[in-house]
Design a protein around this ligand. Structure first.
Ligand code: ADP
Ligand code: ZN
Length: 725
């Protein structure tokens, strides 16, 4: 009798190929979760052995099975994480392979332990200095990395770098991927919590101790000490020898956070974000997978790493929309974090001063547990918030700062205190047009205007990154010097401040100026050392920062976010302004906030001025309920795109024609998406609106699965969309 066939189902990391069956050769001991290399045609590809029952039966003739080639030496993907991958693929209508690529973090998993060689400059100049070599040397001053990384950074070929290494301009540096991360100490510098903080901390620490799944919404006003409070839960997880993940919404926030963490726990935690060198990536991946790194602070993608022994996830600033991934796998990190806690049985903490309406609703219906810290820590008081009615208290022509706000800025300057002007618009002006013919500068690849960035002297598209120098003459009518900037961005407000208050030292803080952890740290240091009087910034500076000398916040245009008319416009505006206001008066000196608006009676503005958060949330919740909008109903966007407009329209029509009829589910469109062209692709959209009882994803999967599209057409589904563009 033959020994039983050892057949395994493997999910390949290559998209477009479903799971395939392979034979496990004799002597190879592999189980679900193991990373393997398998043959596909002439190629050898990585994959993960998956649980058989997930994909249904599709038996391949045993004689046709090919052998698994090798077992990769790394810890297997655990059962809880495999369930999470199943859930994400199912819920967000994507492939297992796409989710697994995030788990294995590209190639991080496949490197065996040991050392890796990186290169850095020696200071020597090669005898033969071609222009490319010279450019590479310039670009790589102070850099270190693999040949491939250096080449990419300098924008030259690998061969140029190899040539420079041979010529002695670069030297090898040996990096160990096994260097352990230092242990965080739970009791290094524990603060004395106040009563409200202690109550919240106790609830979280006992959940950590029990290893039970609970989702906490840690809801405390800005400056209430949420960070100190959830640090107690982190400390408890450390005592239990469990791993902790802290998700932060922005890379710019990481540096001050790391400093704070070190003050509390004695060491810096490991970090994870998109612009890491591959050696760093491997080191962290390994240390997370073998359990030796206890704390990881990261961007949303850290959520999929194979923690050996996870015991706690904190989602800080959990209301932030940047937790929603908008390309590739379109998932929401806040929701995925909760599911991970559920599958692997540990508590998840959503911390925010302005929780998402969805999170508050979950507390209201008893699914999540609310923890409140109602007042600021110590002597700090919440700032006083006033509206400035721009129709009455109007700035001069081509100015955007109302007299009242200007006066308040002057007072701060006199007293040596700091101010923040908030405007959620990067660049100098959102629109540039020709005074003579009215020509507007539009991106050639997108349905969007080119935004003037005067600091770097160019026009840029904020959707695809297309840039061009500001032209001397209008390309339409040929007249010279007729281009005018319309409306303000932060750079223009900065100009205005410099003109009106020439003695003020200003700084513009946006993703253009704070694009790396180092830049962000520099910014914090400058503000803390009081080398800055007035910060002009986008939403990037409205969260997380703690500047005790900052006593005035001016919101330049509160109406901006309310115009969009998308589902969450009011909520987002409320959150942004509340967070911006939350930067004022965090020290001993009281804070003052001015909100410039043309609609002082708008419910959002009124609630902010009255300091009545609940009134806003209640009214907004009622409105969502009557519209059947989330969290009471659900949406999914189906985006069809092609470089050929007709092809996109035809594909969208085919989808529309095949639309299922289901009670409680409505389908709108197809129609051109609001961003009708993006990165050179024409876009059509259908919007699905369903009651919660409808099995929306299953219906959509079957619906779209039955239609064939040309290869050049892309069809993507965005479940629970945040962007309606
Ligand atoms: P939040 O995250 O809620 O905005 P933070 O955690 O940043 O608030 O706290 C605001 C400030 O108060 C920080 O400087 C923090 O160190 C301080 N703070 C909060 N709670 C305590 C405490 N129990 N003991 C000492 N300092 C505290
Ligand atoms: Zn563009």
């Amino acid at each position: 009798m033959n020994p039983p066939l050892k057949r395994v189902r493997v999910v390949l990391l290559t998209q477009a190929i479903g799971p395939l069956d392979y034979r496990l050769p004799d002597g190879m001991n592999a189980k679900p979760g193991c990373v393997v290399m398998v043959p596909l045609g002439p190629r050898k590809l990585p994959g993960v052995i998956w649980d058989e029952d997930i994909f249904g039966d599709d038996p391949v003739d045993a004689k046709k099975l090919r052998n698994v080639l090798e077992l990769v030496e790394c810890p297997p993907i655990g059962k809880g994480l495999r369930r999470l991958v199943d859930w994400v693929a199912d819920y967000y209508l994507t492939q297992h392979s796409a989710v697994l690529r995030m788990v294995l973090a590209s190639s991080a998993a496949f490197t065996t332990s040991g050392t890796i060689t990186e290169y850095r400059r020696t200071g020597l100049e090669p005898a033969r200095l071609t222009p490319q070599r010279a450019a590479a040397l310039d670009a790589l001053e102070g850099a270190q990395g693999l040949v491939r990384e250096l080449a990419a950074e300098a924008g030259v070929s690998d061969n140029i770098i190899r040539g420079l290494i041979k010529a002695g301009a670069f030297e090898p540096v040996t990096i160990s991927v096994d260097t352990p991360f230092p242990e965080a100490l739970p009791d290094f510098a524990a603060p004395q919590l106040n009563a409200a903080q202690q109550t919240a901390a106790d609830a979280m620490t006992s959940a950590v101790r029990e290893g039970s799944f609970t989702t906490f919404v840690l809801d405390g006003v800005t400056g209430s000490g949420k960070t100190e409070t959830y640090f107690e839960a982190v400390a408890e997880a450390l005592r239990q020898k469990k791993q902790i993940l802290v998700l932060l919404p922005e890379i710019a926030l990481t540096q001050p956070f790391l400093k704070r963490f070190e003050e509390r726990f004695g060491v810096e935690p490991a970090t994870w974000h998109s612009n890491m060198r591959s050696t760093q990536r491997r080191r962290v991946w390994r240390a997370i997978a073998d359990g030796s790194a206890k704390v990881l602070v990261g961007a949303r993608s850290a959520l999929f790493l194979p923690f050996a022994n996870p015991g706690l996830i904190i989602v800080d600033e959990a209301h932030e929309t940047s937790f929603k991934q908008e390309d590739g796998v379109r998932y929401h990190a806040r929701d995925v974090a909760v599911m991970r806690g559920r599958f692997e049985r540990f508590p998840v903490v959503l911390a925010s001063a302005t929780p998402a309406l969805e999170s508050r609703h979950m507390v209201a219906i008893g699914r999540y547990k609310g923890l409140e810290i109602p007042s600021r820590f110590g002597a700090a008081k919440m700032p006083e918030i006033k509206a400035i009615d721009l129709t009455v208290d109007a700035p001069e022509r081509q100015h955007w700062i109302a007299p009242t706000l200007l006066k308040a800025l002057e007072e701060r300057l006199d007293r040596g205190e700091q101010s923040l002007l908030f405007l959620n618009r990067r660049g100098y002006a959102p629109l540039t047009l020709c005074r003579t013919c009215g020509h507007r500068f539009q991106c050639p690849n997108c349905t969007s205007w080119m935004v003037e960035h005067r600091l770097v002297r160019r026009l840029a598209c904020h959707h695809c990154g297309h840039v061009m120098p500001p032209p001397e003459e209008c390309p339409e009518c040929g007249e010279a010097d007729t281009l005018v900037a319309c409306g303000p961005g932060v750079e223009r407000i900065s100009d205005e401040v410099n003109r009106l208050l020439p003695e003020a030292r200003t700084i513009v803080a946006t993703s253009d100026t704070l694009w790396s952890p180092e830049k962000a740290a520099e910014f914090v240091a400058r503000v803390e050392s009081k080398a800055v009087d007035i910060i002009i910034g986008t939403q990037l500076v409205t969260k997380g920062y703690h500047f005790p000398e900052l006593t005035l916040v001016g919101v330049i245009d509160a109406d901006l976010g309310l115009e969009g008319g998308d589902l969450r416009a009011a909520e987002r505006t409320f959150q942004q302004i509340a967070q911006a206001a939350g930067r004022a008066g965090r020290g001993e000196k009281p804070g003052e906030v001015f909100i410039q608006t043309r609609n002082p009676n708008h419910p959002v503005i009124a609630a902010l001025v009255a300091g009545d958060r609940d009134a806003f949330y209640d009214a907004e919740t009622e409105q969502r309920k009557s519209a059947g909008a989330p969290p009471f109903g659900r949406f999914a966007a189906i985006i069809i795109s092609s470089e050929d407009e007709r092809e996109a329209i035809e594909a969208a029509r085919a989808i529309g024609a095949a639309a299922p009829r289901t009670d409680g589910m409505y389908i709108y469109g197809p129609a051109p998406a609001p961003l009708a062209m993006l990165r050179g692709r024409y876009r059509q959209r259908l919007l699905v609106h369903a009651q919660r009882s409808v099995e929306m994803q299953a219906i959509i999967r079957e619906w779209l699965g039955g239609i064939q599209f040309p290869r050049s057409v892309r069809v993507g589904v965005d479940v629970d969309p945040y962007s309606f563009l």
